[in-house]
Design a protein around this ligand. Sequence first.
Ligand code: SF4
Ligand code: FES
Length: 245
Amino acid sequence: MPEHFLLDCEPVPFTPGQSVMAAAHAAGRYIPHLCWLPELTPHGACRLCTVRIGPHLAAACTTPAAAGMMVESQTAELIAQRRTMLQLLFVEGNHFCPSCERSGSCALQATAYAMGMLEPHFDPFYPERAVDASHPDMLLDFNRCILCALCVRASRELDGKNVFALAGRGLATRLVVDSASGRLADTAFSASDRAAQVCPVGALVPKRVGFARPIGQRVYDLHPIDEARSGDDDVAGPGGEALAR
Ligand code: SF4
Ligand code: FES
């Protein structure tokens, strides 16, 4: 008989060492997240998965599940905090959904809808960031990068390549490419790499297929993200690679 914790008053089984997020996901329960995938080491960067465990707030993706734990993930307080985090993410980069090829298959956009975000609230930073179009098959648009480090971890842990890294600290943190020129074309990166398939936003996208699937028929157009990203019903696939963009 597996041990259980309570997630929003419903029992969730877990195995020793499993995080609250991993157990919830395996049980088909959605906790909002942008920087977590089941097959990668958790990074704890986006804080979208913050839940309340008794008097404490904790990241579900890095907190080990424990028997008898009472976890709240859907309180008005948590949803409001997530909305603010999402608003900050939107203004920190250049996220212009109507002109982005990931519109409808973007986890940032879909999570914002799910949390009831109606406007960005804060003044946009409008950062000036270069686009790296050097690679023959993949485009890297730093304007849309949310620094989730999924590509960093996928390249290192699944592809064995270390193509990407996060450099700098605080507001100066940025994604960098590991080549002498700093260009993606000068790395061993391939469109068939797992790292090419995990970007939750439109920062790392394949070329020449941007609008192959029409807007209105994309995964989050058809399924709200809390349905699309729940365990075995994960129709988006980890990182959204099944989106047929
Ligand atoms: Fe995350 Fe995409 Fe930026 Fe990589 S390029 S850190 S996957 S948002
Ligand atoms: Fe837990 Fe991002 S999913 S911090």
